[in-house]
Ligand binder design. Structure first.
Ligand code: CA
Length: 226
């Protein structure tokens, strides 16, 4: 599950953000005080941070700068949440390393869209020519998958699904995340559809019982064995 850290000191806003993000399939962690933010980022390793501008004990801008200077967390995308009247600070915020900002009060669907866009930018790095995980090789030039050197045919959806799994070997990816990454945000598809295509993919890969390639994590999602 994609983890989002909410750094915000207004309890009402925290509740609103938590509720809406979890509804979208994200896992949330909350830090309400500037002092605990760095420690929370280091221990929780969120995939994205929503950072309030004005916080008790430390400003969002200082935190942003500190995160960008800290080796193993500097890559985490940050969306700054600013209050009205802090417009002039927006540019300053971006120059200190925030990837995007939103002005309060903001529309929740827009925030979700920005989060998804930002995560996509991070997830979809320029494609390598091929991916290799365990017994599988995905050749992007030929649009061909090989298992132990033998070409495997599959439909475009299964190809895309396998690509997402191969880009994150061993990582459990939830059905909601797979839906977003394979089918996109705009299409209305039920989570059950993911199961149907995983089943097809397994068949294409000629998965044998007791020698699985894709691991099913009950109520969690799917992971590709490395
Ligand atoms: Ca605040």
């Amino acid at each position: 599950m994609t983890k989002v850290l909410i750094v915000e000191d207004e309890p009402g806003l925290v509740t609103l953000l938590k509720y809406n993000l979890e509804k979208q399939g994200y896992e949330t962690v909350v830090a309400m005080d500037g002092k605990v933010v760095m420690q929370t980022v280091e221990t929780e390793h969120p995939e994205l941070i929503l950072m309030d501008w004005m916080l008790p004990n430390m400003s969002g801008i200082d935190l942003c700068r500190e995160i960008r200077q800290t080796h193993d967390i500097k890559h985490i995308p940050i969306i700054m949440l600013t209050a009205r009247g802090e417009e002039a600070d927006k540019v300053r915020g971006l120059s200190y390393g925030a990837d995007d900002y939103m002005t309060k009060p903001f529309s929740v669907p827009e925030l979700i869209a920005r989060i998804q866009a930002l995560l996509r930018r991070v997830v979809f790095k320029p494609l390598p020519k091929a991916l290799e995980v365990g017994r599988l090789v995905m050749d992007f030039d030929k649009k061909q998958v090989y298992k132990e050197g033998q070409p495997i045919d599959m439909g475009p959806t299964e190809f895309r699904l396998l690509q997402v799994l191969m880009e994150h070997p061993e990582k459990v990816i939830s059905r909601a995340e797979l839906l977003k990454l394979v089918w996109g945000d705009m299409v209305h598809v039920e989570e059950r559809t993911v199961d149907v295509h995983i089943k097809r993919l397994r068949k294409c890969l000629q998965e044998q019982e007791g020698d699985e390639i894709i691991r099913t994590v009950r109520s969690g999602g799917y992971a590709l064995k490395g």
